[in-house]
Design a protein around this ligand. Structure first.
Ligand code: P6P
Length: 336
């Protein structure tokens, strides 16, 4: 049960028992993400002062080394998750390999691993466009008390126990699921608390917004080209509106509220697409399905893809169920 204006802390406590693995660890994990999100939000919001506080590699007004924000965000999320001794392993877009936490401590009974994209869309910072953090949580598959292995991270998206994002936009929101629906919390910066502002978020089954980088049109597979032309036809409820922010979290968030589809297809430039399966596509796919939406690579359900490497890319079609199914229909027809 969720009540508007509940704080995130109250919501976690109230819903902890409904989480089948409820041992408090996952609640502490979400709480640590909440803390890191507030710290990163503070830095992201003052990025516009870069001439004053110093760009990456310079020193800021206090003479401290100014870090690139995605490096900063990466360090803050890893630090917070490690310091609170909640997880046994972390993988990040910013780290070549996964990080084993307290691997020498056989008393480390932590059973969760986290995969993160600490600051997705960070190239938008310089032009003051919203960016986001994406996270995905699994239970480890190797024995508790031993160092994690790659197998703990290469799990199908259907094995996720939690996933979510932070969108650093006109307001900062934390949106997440533990498999029992999707709830959105808005940060009140004056007091530093997240409040339940969007309970039980649902993708409308239909929508009239399509989000794709049409600059890549000539490189797309025929099925995607045909679907984009379908979106642009003067027929029934079309032409749809084209909206592409260049920040996955923001495009996804708007489409979930208004109805829409996001596409990052494979192309002759990106044969497997651009987005990463483990810490971009799978968490967004978990959220989409929990919100009555759909996600695939155009043929296979995103969360059924068997991962083969940590930074693997996959084509990504995600959003309102009927729009994704129409796109998949064009993909199938083009293959015949
Ligand atoms: P392009 C940001 O780099 C990102 O990973 C997503 O957030 C965004 O939707 C996409 O890539 C933008 O990529 O190639 O259209 O600039």
């Amino acid at each position: 049960m969720s009540r508007k204006n509940q704080t995130l802390g109250e919501f976690i406590i109230e819903n902890q028992t409904s989480f089948k693995y409820s041992s408090g660890e996952l609640s502490r994990l979400i709480n640590s993400i909440r803390l890191a999100a507030k710290v990163v939000n503070h830095e992201v919001n003052k990025a516009g002062l870069v001439d004053i506080i110093g760009a990456a590699g310079d020193t800021n007004i206090q003479g401290e080394d100014q870090q690139k924000l995605d490096v900063y965000a990466n360090e803050k999320f890893i630090q917070t998750l490690t310091k609170r001794n909640i997880v046994c392993g972390i993988a990040s877009e910013e780290e070549d390999d996964f990080i084993s936490i307290n691997s020498q401590d056989e008393n480390n009974q932590n059973k969760y691993i986290v995969l993160i994209d600490p600051l997705d869309g960070s190239s938008n910072i310089d032009v003051n466009v919203s960016v986001g953090t994406i996270f995905s949580v699994y239970r480890r598959v190797t024995p508790v008390g031993t160092p994690v292995t790659l197998a703990d991270f290469l799990q199908k998206g259907s094995q996720q126990v939690a996933a979510g994002y932070v969108v650093y936009g006109t307001s900062t929101m934390l949106v997440y699921t533990t498999g029992d629906g999707v709830n959105g919390f808005t940060l009140n910066p004056a007091i530093g608390s997240f409040y339940l502002s969007h309970p039980d978020m649902q993708f409308p089954e239909d929508g009239n917004i399509y989000s794709v980088n049409e600059g890549n049109y000539i490189h797309f597979p025929q099925g995607i080209k045909n679907y984009i032309k379908y979106c642009q036809q003067e027929e029934e409820d079309r032409p749809y509106t084209s909206r592409y922010i260049g920040s996955l979290v923001s495009d996804f968030h708007r489409n979930m509220i208004k109805g829409g589809i996001y596409l990052y297809p494979q192309s002759s430039k990106n044969p497997n697409g651009k987005l990463r399966l483990l810490y971009e596509c799978n968490p967004m796919a978990f959220l989409a399905e929990q919100a009555n939406g759909k996600s695939s690579d155009g043929f296979t359900r995103t969360m059924d893809v068997v991962p083969t490497e940590l930074h693997q890319r996959v084509p990504f079609v995600c959003g309102s169920k009927n729009m994704v199914e129409k796109c998949e229909e064009f993909m199938r027809k083009a293959e015949q």
